[in-house]
Each structure stands twice: as C-alpha cells, then as structure tokens.
Ligand binder design. Structure first.
Ligand SMILES: [Zn+2]
Length: 255
C-alpha cells in the first residue's frame, strides 16, 4: 500500500498547518487554497512557471487575509500548505476537480491519466490529514460547548476565460444560509465593495465541500467568502478587505 511519504518528503513537511489553535474566539477559518507550493516529488506537473504561480495553483492573497482575520477575531486558522494542483482540498476524492486535468485555459499534464494508486496516495497525503484536523478541532470545541463558526476564505481571478468579473466579494452558502444572510444584511445600502450572494459561483459548482463536510452535519454557523484577488494584491488592500470582512462577520453573527 502507498503511504503519505510517497507524495510528501520530510523536507516538504506536513500538509496541514494550524495557527492560533488555542484561540479564545469562536471563529474557525479555513483556507484550502492558501499555497502555490508543490511537493518536491511532484516536480512542475508539466506546467510553465507562469501557470505555477497563477490563480490555478492557489488563491493569491487568501492566506494573508485569513491570517489578518484570525488575528482580529482571535480565531483559529487551518490551511493547506500545498497547491490545489496536486490536490484541491475543497473537493471530495471522487470529484474530477480534486486532481484536475485542466484548469481554466491550462492543461495540467502531470494530472492526466492518474492511476488509482496515485490518486489514493495524494488523497491520503493531502486531503485526509487536512479534513481530519478540521474535524478534530470541531469535535473538541463542540464537546466543550463552544461550537465554532466555520469561515472558509478564498480569492478568485478578476478575469475568467477572458471575461471580466464585476463582483468583488462573494458570500457563499450551501443549505444553511443563516450567517450568509446576516452578512449580506450587514452590507447595507452604500457598500465600499460590490458584494453578492453565491457569486462568482455557488453550491451547484461544488465549491461548498468543506462547509458540507464540517459545518452542516454539526449545525455550525458557516460561510464561504470569495474575494476578487486584485483587491488583495498589496498590504493596504489585504488590511482593508480583512477589516471589512471582520465587520460583516461580527454584524452577521449578531443579526
Ligand atoms: Zn479557493
């Protein structure tokens, strides 16, 4: 049987990272697409350097924004240390999008015709430890009477298949829209950003996997946040967006 070491070397380190684990606040931030790093043994998956640094590999700015939010809200942050090109942790193992053969305009040669053994090894190395860790944290907190509020943080590309996207911040939800409804109410009449529900995509596109895995079965308040990545390209933008999202979250939770 293949083991995790077939994908990750000792130099790669663990696939999952947890920050501020003993946080006093209730927010549990999750960042599935935090990193563009590929495990050493994955090579370049047959992609050019430009593609390996692009939004197909990760969500630029998402980890920084999630960290700022964790700091302001005294929340815990769990993130995946490797690129979604090797395994997209916001997709279940049986989804073709978990180890995509194409992403937007790019072919990913290193993901074509993967054997069952290779798929299993990637799942065991990247997906299972990530979601196990989140499940452990959720279970511990539920057991001690402080169920977390699950918030996943993502960014999206301003231009997709050549088409510009006008939405700036997406507030996404699956069947449980309590927190999303509260946050959207908090947006108000004259918002600094164009904020929309379930945009630029929604649950029908399979993007709410982490919410469905951890929040819905436990009845946790939950939301998925998508930020257009041109808004969080520099420090000032990251600070501004993180502060705005923290305000929406706080108001959304008390709505
Ligand atoms: Zn994402």
């Amino acid at each position: 049987m293949l083991v995790r070491s077939d994908i990750l070397t000792a130099a790669d380190g663990a696939s999952v990272a947890v920050e501020n684990e003993t946080a006093g606040g209730d927010i549990l931030l999750i960042c599935e697409h935090a990193s563009s790093t590929l495990p050493e043994r994955a090579g370049d998956l047959g992609l050019e350097a430009e593609a390996l640094k692009s939004h197909i590999a990760w969500d630029p700015g998402a980890l920084v924004v999630a960290r700022l939010m964790a700091s302001e809200l005294d929340g815990t942050l769990v993130y995946q240390r490797f690129s979604r090109l090797i395994y997209d942790c916001n997709r279940p193992p049986d989804s073709p999008a978990a180890m995509p053969e194409t992403s937007e305009i790019y072919r990913i040669p290193g993901n074509e015709d993967l054997s069952t053994a290779e798929r299993y090894a990637r799942t065991a190395a990247l997906y299972v430890p990530f979601h196990d860790r989140i499940a452990e944290i959720v279970a511990e907190r539920v057991a001690t009477g402080r169920p977390p509020v699950l918030v996943t943080v993502h960014t999206f590309t301003p231009v997709y298949f050549g088409k510009p996207r006008a939405v700036e911040i997406g507030i996404l939800h699956d069947e449980d829209s309590r927190l999303a409804d509260g946050m959207l109410s908090a947006v108000g009449a004259d918002p600094p950003h164009r904020v929309e529900r379930n945009q630029p995509y929604g649950p029908a596109d399979g993007v709410t996997h982490s919410l469905k895995l951890h929040a819905l079965p436990n009845g946790l308040m939950n939301v998925m946040i998508e930020v257009r990545n041109d808004l969080v390209r520099d420090d000032a933008g990251q600070q501004r967006v993180a502060a705005y999202l923290c305000r929406l979250l706080r108001e959304g939770l008390t709505a």
